[in-house]
Design a protein around this ligand. Sequence first.
Ligand code: LLP
Length: 431
Amino acid sequence: TPQFDFRSDGYLYCEGVRVKDVQEALGPEFSPFYLYSQDRIEANVQAYTEALVGLDAIVGYAVKANNNVMIMKLVRELGCGAVLVSGNELRLAQLAGFDMRRTVFNGNGKTPHEIALAVQAECLINVDSEFDIENILAAARRERRRARVLLRINPDIDPQVHPYVSTGLATSKFGIRTDHLDWFLDRIKQNEELVELVGVHSHLGSTIKKVELFHDNVVTMLRIIDDICAQGFRSIRFLNIGGGLGIDYERNGERIPTPQELIDAIRPRLAGRGLTLIIEPGRSLVGNAGILVNTVIGVKRNGDKRFVVVDGSMAELIRPALYGAYQFIALVEPGQQDKELAEYDIVGPVCESSDFLGKGRRLPEPAPGMGLVVMDSGAYCMSMASNYNMKLLPAEIMVHGDSWRVIRQRQTFTDLLSGYRELMPIPGLES
Ligand code: LLP
């Protein structure tokens, strides 16, 4: 059964909870808010772990997708490792209790300080450039600890997704071109007391829905592993294939491959290799487990164009504005029955023409105060939210069964002022 469903009474439910009830309980000051289904997250993680049965593997949760620490704890309890792209994500993973030896520290611009943290914490560290390996060597020397590194390979495979989320092309800023690998192998060989080369990594891009692309990537990477081993490296243990599958944003019945289909496509290639597979899903673990619940401020017409203006915006959810991304939109309650369906642009209050959540959506005309939901907002939504126009970061709610709780408070005006030490304390300022 789906964890989010529009029932015959015309209301949206998350597990056993009516979303409208949460909106009413929180009140208008807490709108918009994010709401997550614990069951959905658990089912998404299980889909990967069940697909991987019999393989030596780590499911590394890509924390950038959603860094709510309660969600991080949940996926850690379900057996995931973590994939990190900043020193602060690393610190958060420590807070969430991850076994840091099962985390990967990624990125094309790690600072020397961040690398020192990763070496201390014994993360697996991806090498992305010449300066990166030099910084890792320096940190290992200073920390007197041997760093375990993976080479991030740029396999030059076109993932056929939006250019902003494709990363494995020859022209991308990420990874090392295969014709340049020898330099890195030499550098590592010269410094074996400081770094151990334990694997290779590649990430083609995000939102991929073609299993063959993962397969082709594995074939390419295994060939590279063979080349590296032929040069005398004996310690290659990890094959990291990067992010996970895309999800069904359109909700139009298109079939998205399952983790089972993804793993089945690559499993034969891994047989007898003695490698630990690392996969780094973010979107497919949390994307369809979250929604953004907005409140309708009003409806307006400009000529033939109709707009629904809601309190949520590109500040809380930037994917439509940034990538032209489509996410399904609906009312959380029955629309006004006497009004006909019409096509609306769903827009927020932010002063930008790119401030839209959806365009040309067929909806019953909503009344002010009604709830309007953007589905599939669990990944890259809250984690990309900003304070543009002094908008506050939304609260986050976790639903489990028939109950719900606030897992992160809404930001306050006082929080936004906390950097202004000279002004503090501000008389009469309440949170
Ligand atoms: N591993 C690496 C090295 C990555 O760069 C990414 C995502 C992942 C794993 C996780 O990929 P996933 O399983 O979530 O597809 N903000 C964009 C997505 C950016 C993805 C960046 N890298 C969006 O909202 O669609």
